[in-house]
Design a protein around this ligand. Sequence first.
Ligand SMILES: NC(=O)c1ccc[n+]([C@@H]2O[C@H](COP(=O)([O-])OP(=O)(O)OC[C@H]3O[C@@H](n4cnc5c(N)ncnc54)[C@H](OP(=O)(O)O)[C@@H]3O)[C@@H](O)[C@H]2O)c1
Length: 303
Amino acid sequence: MASDSYNRPVRILITGANGQVGRELVSQAGADTFFEVVGLTRRQLDITHEQDIARRLDEYRPDYVINCAAFNRADAAEKQRQHCFRLNAEAVQRLGRACAERNIPLLHLSTDYVFDGHYASGYSENDAVRPLGAYGESKWQGEELLRRTHPRHIILRVSWVFSGGGHNFLIRSLEQARRDTELAAVDDRRGCPTAAADVARVLVAILKQLSCGADAWGTYHYCGAEVTTRYAFCEAIIATASQYEALKVERLVPVSSKDFPTEAERPATSVLKCKKLLSTFGIRQRPWRNELVDVIRHHYERF
Ligand SMILES: NC(=O)c1ccc[n+]([C@@H]2O[C@H](COP(=O)([O-])OP(=O)(O)OC[C@H]3O[C@@H](n4cnc5c(N)ncnc54)[C@H](OP(=O)(O)O)[C@@H]3O)[C@@H](O)[C@H]2O)c1
């Protein structure tokens, strides 16, 4: 940050501001006087357009850019490979280059899907990647292009992001539980659900420390505490939502991922180890079960 900027809030520009993490970040950072927030939706800044990026960066002159824009649908990515790579890889490189040219640090989100899921004990930042599908591959390529383009970056890999809106496992499970008496969920895929609000909390904490001079660029992992399965996560969603609404579902059936074919192969165990984030920034994992209670309460308060 320039020396004349110490007496004013830290200006952050958030791309993909209408997504799960984008919305939470705009809301949390926006409520904090430490920050001045510019949240841009896809309509306001399409990150696949190089000229739009340059125009917005020069218009707002942010101290930091946080990229929450992505093509996130793993199955759709198999059929829309080109679009997926254009957004998750090429656009990230363009954004990185534009930020580097203006000396603006870039915080970027990535995913557990860069791993193949064969390490039952979980993955550290230095473990070898081997994405199983187009989505994971495009996110890995985006990471690598950013590393080469802009040294002052943070890549935060997160997993199983959920919130009370948008497209995610929680919303899909709730919709099905309202419609059907029986619901099936995979019980041989393990991971850590992470509330979008919790990801936003972590980004805010990182941004504050960077703004205070922390020189800690690089790649980090974050996910909610407690490893679980899709089945157990779904069970927790239904149990919590049942306190607010009489759901139609009567039975939750555990199924093997083999009996639940999807377009994209998914990692069997995508647990992210979060020690580096703790030792560098002092940021602890929060239990996803607590976050889930808050998310579902807010979800019902809104409707
Ligand atoms: N969701 C997960 O389970 C998960 C897991 C691991 C990692 N992540 C990573 O976490 C990050 C945030 O995920 P999320 O769940 O918040 O995603 P999300 O809800 O799908 O939000 C992505 C946002 O990007 C916007 N977008 C799409 N194309 C764009 C473009 N060309 N220019 C600008 N914005 C564009 C979308 O706009 P519209 O609203 O107009 O579509 C959407 O608002 C992503 O990097 C993702 O890869 C997510």
